[in-house]
Ligand binder design. Structure first.
Ligand SMILES: Cc1ncc(COP(=O)(O)O)c(C=O)c1O
Length: 433
């Protein structure tokens, strides 16, 4: 079942094109989303064209589609060393997180306590806030200034009323990795269900669900070079599961709705590729990340790494540049065709600093001047050298016009009360982007 992708490559190149530079963009925002692999598109196309049958149909035409869905399930299961029957396809990571936590609560209606961390993705945090409104109590575990959890705090908070513990495998902003199996042992000693958001970890770290303490594990296709709109939820065999989406009997009754076959096939292919490239993540991707990080830290004064030095995803670096603002840096990088991300969530008209960096207790100047670079196997050494060439100049220019001049300002404390219109980039300017 092969189909030609046609002239996609010649039309858009390996990456998108920067509108101002008319050159290929340098994409260093892979924790936000990834480029869809060419092989994934090749694998998906026949299921958008010739093979449009319903995988649940009795006829041969539908049956051959069903076989591809099965193959994709096998591949996704292999990525985390699970049994294929333990994999449920979803629409995204957020759905997986919601479905797992809601299912755990529905299965234990007498338990009303949830444990999570202050640095989860909004897919978990906002669900927990909603659950608080519904009468649940939630403990948000704190982290230290390197973003690490205190496992004694976890131990102390678990009680007979705790229904589920939800802790991410790797943080999307800093890349910090948590000791999931050690955490799981503590959780299991109390017989509590354990949910792990592995959206950032899958495909970047080896994950093994055989003999694991994890009950639910969530993945998302668009973080592993599959398209947006597809995800997977691992549900350990034997764990009671109440479906979030009710209707037909698809996914063994665990998620209703006719399957997103092209997405599923794409995620299966992406999982196969991720397994093949897993070593590359910890070798060549890590080498490029380290070159970028060390280059920035050694050439630019007053900047520091946010997060743990070694217990971290191999593709992620989050660096705080004092006395300037992350959004201003992003705008300047954008003009050079370089895509990165700041921790700030510029929503609801305020320049809210990242909840992750805030939970780590970072000082004001680092909170607002932090950038995340997240790489993938598609990045090259030449791209990293280009970033290292432009970043020092950008930082110097922004610092020259910054109202924050240095340690004296910081000591005097007036930085704490500065309003957003005093910052180099205002909300209005951001809104016009
Ligand atoms: C750690 C983490 N969890 C959940 C999500 C949500 O995944 P999705 O975008 O597939 O809903 C993301 C997306 O950035 C993430 O980084």
């Amino acid at each position: 079942m092969k189909s030609k992708v046609g002239s996609r490559k010649s039309e858009v190149g390996a990456h998108g094109v920067c509108p101002t530079q008319k050159s290929p963009i340098i994409y260093l925002d892979n924790n936000a989303t990834t480029q869809v692999a060419e092989e994934v598109i090749e694998a998906m196309l026949p299921y958008l064209t010739q093979y449009y049958g319903n995988p649940s149909s009795m006829h041969t035409f539908g049956g051959q589609v069903g076989r591809q869905v099965k193959q994709a399930r096998d591949n996704v299961a292999a990525l985390i060393n699970a049994d294929p029957t333990e994999i449920v396809f979803t629409s995204c990571g957020s759905e997986g997180d919601n479905a797992a936590i809601r299912a755990a609560l529905a299965a234990q209606p007498d338990k009303r306590h949830i444990v999570t961390t202050q640095i989860e993705h909004p897919a978990v945090l906002n669900l927990c806030k909603k659950l608080e409104q519904e009468g649940y109590s939630v403990t948000y575990l704190s982290v230290d200034n390197k973003g690490q959890l205190n496992l004694n705090e976890l131990r102390a908070t678990l009680n007979d009323n705790t229904a589920i513990v939800s802790i991410m495998c790797a943080n999307n902003e800093t890349g910090n990795i948590f000791p999931i199996e050690r955490i799981g042992q503590i959780v299991k000693e109390r017989g509590i269900l354990f949910h792990v958001d592995a959206v950032q970890a899958a495909g970047k770290l080896p994950l093994n669900m055989k003999d694991s303490t994890v009950d639910f594990l969530v993945m998302s296709g668009h973080k592993i070079h599959a398209p947006k709109g597809i995800g997977a939820l691992y549900i350990r065999k034997g764990v009671r599961f109440r479906p979030f989406l009710v209707g037909g009997h698809q996914e063994r009754g665990r998620r209703a709705g006719t399957e997103n076959v092209p997405g599923i096939v794409g995620m299966g292919k992406a999982a196969e590729l991720a397994i093949a490239h897993l070593n590359e993540e910890s070798t060549s991707v890590r080498t490029l990340r380290d070159r970028l990080e060390q280059g920035l830290l050694s050439t630019i004064p007053d900047c520091q790494l946010n997060g743990h030095h070694s217990k971290r995803l191999p593709n992620t670096t989050n660096i705080g540049f004092k006395y300037i603002e992350g959004e201003a840096l992003l705008l300047m990088l954008d003009r050079e065709g370089i895509c990165a991300s700041s921790g700030s969530a510029c929503t609801s008209g305020s320049l809210e600093p990242s909840h992750v960096l805030r939970a780590m207790g970072l000082p004001y100047t680092l909170l607002h001047g932090s950038l995340r670079f997240s790489l993938s196997r598609y990045n090259t050494g030449a791209e990293i050298e280009r970033v290292l060439e432009v970043m020092p100049k950008i930082v110097e220019r922004l610092r020259a016009i910054s109202p924050f001049k240095g340690e004296e300002d910081e000591k005097q404390g007036w930085l704490q009360t500065v309003t957003s219109d005093q910052l180099p980039v205002t909300n209005e300017r951001l809104a016009k982007r």
